[in-house]
Design a protein. Structure first.
Lengths: 323, 323
């Protein structure tokens, strides 16, 4: 493939100049960015590989949506405001129809969340997408995994288990009706980064993480970094209506605990800030589910109606779960 | 492959905390970085695909060296100071021996250029490496492609053509003796980002670019962005001794003009700053070769001893140049 074709591709990704803080975007050796004074820069990079993190033949608009949304979720998990992103796109060939669709999906999400594409690289190879997002956060306000303390309450921002359900549907392990199919596909390809809620939580929540590996694994990351334990009350873990309609509770909760790909936030709030949290919930500025508490000890303990249960957390399953 | 294996891999990439400006490195949803006040952030992302940008069976230490050095060259082309980098590593399997070698090569370069690994992602898939480098530069001091003016003189910092020669050796199109082999392999896997010279050039050079696609293509990028033309005097273009020993001038200059992978800087200096440049050369703070000038018009014109010659610039050839 000639270089020229890739140069053509890159034109799909040139945006109008003028995004906030961009002194130089696509088109030079580096992008030049002005980080607002007094703000910390939050950066996160995620790679999505065709055939592993999404089906290779998926609609390119949806692949792009998923890739950028998943990355934005990492900014949400930090309480950071999206500013800029870079794109490393590796393609088996210069299919302009594919690239057009991909760029449309990408800019739709970029516009929705007000994040500007400022650079990247386009290469030939097996289909793979690496995105790095850049956001800003006031020093000391970021929601860190390591900030949880014994006695904090544990919350999630919405239903978990949809990611695993969607994966089962995509892998044709489960048959579902049209409306459930659409619901899960929408969840899979268009996960909602919880940026707005995260911003509201800054100053109230202590630790936070986005649920990408499953509730137990991700809450486990908070425990590990904070050197604490956690108790989860399974009967309080919110499942979506389509999940509860589709499978028994045991399956649904298994999905929620170990499925991943949910992109809700799991966060902790110290007792002293519970009244602030409740006020924000009353004002409908937050939607939260109180699912557990931080304890002394290590790791995540699961209780069902007060009795300890052992959970087979086989961890995150990729779209292609070989190996 | 289980997630656990990739978590093990990621441990190879955890560095001690304490690098300049890193409030949070590897281990949370985002890295948190403090950009020094009054500095612009320069970022650049490059993807290197196994079998395309390097032989898949190459020594992982060398693959890592090349990947980071090539990215650092983009900071040099901007006159930026290296600060932090992120790594997106896609591997076909969790071969800890390979990863150990890769991390050793990576940190050797990181330590040499004082750049800290602050985050990234490790996934399963075809071998591919995406690195984003982050540097700082004083506003208004960056060396931009679009800053060249008619009458500027054109320079390179060192010999060009080594990249193409190395590629020919790797592809076994050329047989060479042991010392030339080592010279070209060293150039290919351990290109020298011209960071020190770039820093010295800030305030003297106007436009700059690093030579990754070949001298004509890269000087052409300066012309395009600056809306000017350029004249190159081929007899002044520096070739390395191993290249001049190996092939006739015609082949060597072809490599220099259209080969790429050289990672020298091509830059322009206005007549008013030529005496400053010469003083720095006399002080041995710069090593430069005066190869042409910026003109009215469009594109790059090549002269050989004053006569216009037409050059077949077939552009950059990847390691695997199929397609």
């Amino acid at each position: 493939m000639a270089v020229g074709e890739f140069e053509l591709i890159e034109r799909y990704f040139r945006q109008e100049a003028g995004a906030l803080g961009v002194a130089m975007g696509v088109g030079d050796d580096c992008a030049l960015l002005n980080v607002p004074e007094g703000q910390q820069l939050a950066v996160s990079m995620d790679t999505l590989v065709g055939g592993i993190h999404f089906p290779k033949n998926a609609d390119p608009e949806l692949i792009a949506e998923r890739a950028l949304r998943v990355n934005l979720s990492d900014l949400a998990a930090m309480g950071a405001e999206p500013m800029w992103f870079t794109l490393g796109l590796t393609l088996p060939n210069a299919n302009s129809q594919w690239v057009k669709g991909f760029s449309q999906g990408l800019f739709r999400v970029a516009n929705e969340y007000n994040i500007a594409l400022v650079g990247g690289d386009t290469t030939r190879g097996h289909l793979s997408i690496t995105i790095q997002v850049h956001g800003t956060v006031e020093p000391g306000r970021a929601l860190m995994r390591g900030n949880a303390s014994v006695g904090d309450e544990v919350f999630v921002t919405g239903p978990v288990g949809n990611g695993a359900a969607a994966l089962a549907v995509i892998k044709q392990e489960l048959e579902v009706g049209k409306s459930a199919f659409n619901y899960f596909m929408d969840h899979y390809y268009r996960p909602q980064p919880q940026l707005q809620q995260a911003k509201t939580l800054c100053g109230i929540a202590e630790a936070a993480i986005d649920i990408s590996d499953g509730l137990v694994a991700d809450l486990g990351h908070i425990c590990e970094q904070s050197v604490v334990g956690a108790t989860l009350h399974l009967e309080r873990v919110p499942l979506s209506e389509p999940v509860t309609k589709l499978v028994p509770f045991e399956k649904g909760i298994q999905w929620a605990l170990s499925g991943g790909d949910d992109y809700q936030l799991c966060f902790t709030v110290p007792p002293s800030r519970m009244s602030q949290l409740e006020a924000l919930v009353d004002q409908k500025r937050l939607q939260v589910h109180h699912i557990g508490e931080i304890t002394r000890g290590k790791g995540v303990t699961c209780l069902y109606n007060g009795e300890e249960v052992s959970i087979n957390t086989e961890g995150y399953q990729h779209f292609d779960s070989k190996g």
